[in-house]
Design a binder for this molecule. Structure first.
Ligand code: ATP
Length: 326
């Protein structure tokens, strides 16, 4: 096994609050343990187009509280081709990088797995995405902050929903995982969550209406996970207009608002622990694993498991939202 002297770090895919805390933890733990660190700009784009800087412990000063990512992030088409990955590998070698820490979501870790298989590069991943849609981990970096942003927004929407006695569909991110919608609904006291995990099981909108969800209330808030197939909250509002015209429905799409903001304490702590664990993993000869957290303990999750869409939501929580909104 080749000795690792220099570790490259990159953030890829959608940005998530806490990525900076992870960059800081990776950089400082690596330097503390005698490694050199290089920061790669704009995700895989920086590997393909050679945007690589030397990092010192000062490069990551004063960032733990900042949202976004100081390394920038991007989606890089070139890296999905064998030619692009060959260029990335050549640039990585020329910069003297022996191993990578990749912070990103499902696509970023899929790219990492393919790259590691092709070039035998030691890579450790960190789950950086607000969607909480990765397998093998209870939480991803950025999820808690996004959830808190959603709750704050829904609390405000409730004021107008109550005053006007309206039904509101609030669309949140998570087209592969309903965690933001479901736990956002639980935390904000919403009447229901409409999530991708239940899409093929029941007609969630009809179920909601048939349950008589507004019998004892004159306003309601439903959290809806974005869904390109059904049109998400807009699609549901259209269906209400056509199928249940007795309701006066409004739509709020929270969109990129959910990605921003200073990370919560929980996300900063998670990112710091995971960032340090990535360096321990590489030092211990771990390869092609994502750092996850299960029942409070850090675990190594093979990339294949992290990205196989095995993440599950708790069906009891779906029932709990309904029970608590009677
Ligand atoms: P988010 O969960 O926020 O969307 P993500 O990591 O899933 O983040 P993607 O856009 O899916 O975001 O992936 C980020 C980048 O990872 C892509 O732009 C591409 O460079 C790389 N990538 C994704 N899938 C592959 C693949 N199959 N092969 C090689 N590289 C890939």
């Amino acid at each position: 096994m080749a000795i690792i002297k220099t570790i490259g770090i990159l953030t890829s895919g959608g940005d998530a609050p806490g990525m900076n805390a992870a960059i800081r933890a990776v950089t400082r733990t690596a330097i503390y343990n005698g490694f050199k660190v290089k920061g790669i700009k704009r995700g895989y784009f920086g590997l393909v187009f050679n945007e690589i800087d030397d990092f010192t412990s000062r490069s990551v000063s004063n960032i733990i509280q900042q949202g976004g990512t100081i390394l920038k992030t991007a989606r890089c088409k070139e890296f999905t081709t064998p030619e692009g990955r060959k260029t990335a590998y050549d640039n990585m070698c020329a910069a003297g990088i022996d191993a990578l820490v990749v912070i990103g979501g499902d696509g970023s870790l899929t790219g990492a797995r393919i790259f590691a298989d092709e070039y035998d590069v030691p890579i450790v991943g960190l789950p950086g995405t607000i969607d909480n849609d990765l397998g093998g981990t209870d939480a991803t970096i950025g999820y808690d902050t996004a959830l808190n942003t959603i709750v704050e927004a829904v609390d405000k929407i409730r004021d107008t929903a109550t005053s006007h006695e309206r039904l509101f569909f609030v669309e949140v991110m998570g087209h592969m995982a309903g965690d933001l919608a479901l736990n956002g609904a639980l935390a904000s006291g919403a009447e229901a969550a409409i999530i991708p995990e239940m899409e093929t099981e029941i007609d969630q909108l009809a179920d909601l209406v048939n349950r008589g969800f507004r019998k004892s209330k004159n306003s309601a808030i439903v959290l809806v996970a974005e869904n390109p197939k059904t049109g998400g909250a807009m699609g549901l509002a259209q269906r209400i207009k056509e199928e249940f015209p007795e309701y006066d429905a409004r739509v709020t799409i929270l969109g990129h608002l959910q990605r921003g903001g200073s990370p919560t304490a929980a996300d900063r702590i998670l990112a710091s622990r995971m960032g340090a664990a990535a360096i321990t993993a590489l030092s211990d000869g771990q390869r092609n694993v994502m750092i996850g957290v299960k029942n409070g303990e850090l675990v190594y999750v093979p990339f294949s498991k992290a990205t196989n869409h095995s993440h599950r939501i708790d069906h009891d929580d779906i029932d709990l939202v309904k029970i608590l909104s009677i």
